[in-house]
Design a protein around this ligand. Structure first.
Ligand SMILES: O=C(O)CCC(=O)C(=O)O
Ligand SMILES: [Fe+2]
Length: 217
């Protein structure tokens, strides 16, 4: 699929900045047209090598409540919750969605921001019992003030930002085909997460595109 088929953000008049007192977050609904988003959802669900990792919580092994898959350029080894993941290669659909996110960043984000991504963490929330606890994406490999593009396919879920000191909260429902760009000091001041819900809901795939900085050897 070619990304020239996508609408440009200029046509996407409903993009808006979240009203966070510190941080820089912009939401682009319908960044990926519905038909393409439907196809990507099906393709990614069947083609990615999904795995359920185990992390240690207070010394005890706990299965994380979602499936994940890490992809990127060959040098992009990533450590997340004490897990070190070697990258799986880019698939055609991941590369196409990455190009769309880079296009949005180039056209709509401040020129001081890096608008190239070399890796992506894919998360598959199979139902309402799958979740992601509050965290910041502030690993050293991401550098200072990282730009992260977060794509939602499938079921819409509320995405919660919480200020680390003031506890100010902001909720944005992330819809099918949307892109959320987190930049500036967002990771310094806020944690974010996806809560569980008892509602009977369908699956959601989230892709967070990142730019990893290579460590000096
Ligand atoms: O599923 C989401 O929207 C959030 C994913 C996320 O925060 C992450 O992968 O770091
Ligand atoms: Fe995150």
């Amino acid at each position: 699929m070619q990304f020239s088929l996508f609408e440009t953000p200029e046509n996407n008049s409903s993009s808006h900045q979240l009203p966070l007192s510190e941080g820089d977050v912009t939401y682009f609904p319908q960044a990926i047209p519905k038909n393409d988003a439907d196809t990507f959802f099906e393709q990614l669900q069947s083609e990615l090598p999904w795995r359920q990792d185990t992390i240690k919580l207070f010394g005890k092994p706990v299965k994380i409540p979602r499936l994940q898959s890490w992809h990127g350029d060959p040098e992009c080894t990533y450590t997340y919750s004490n897990l070190t993941m070697s990258p799986n290669p880019w698939t055609e659909s991941l590369a196409s969605i990455k190009a769309r996110c880079e296009q949005i960043c180039e056209q709509s984000c401040s020129s001081q921001y890096e608008a190239r991504f070399n890796s992506v963490l894919a998360n598959w929330y199979r139902d309402g019992q799958d979740s992601m606890s509050f965290h910041s994406d502030d690993e050293p490999e991401l550098g200072i003030n990282p730009v992260i593009a977060s794509v939602t396919l499938g079921e819409a879920r509320p995405f919660v930002f919480k200020h680390k000191e003031t506890k100010e909260k902001h909720i944005q429902v992330l819809e099918h085909g949307s892109v959320l760009i987190m930049a500036g000091t967002t990771q310094t001041h806020y944690v974010h997460g996806i809560a569980k819900t008892a509602k009977p809901i369908g699956g959601r795939i989230n892709l967070t595109f990142r730019h990893l900085i290579q460590k000096a050897r």
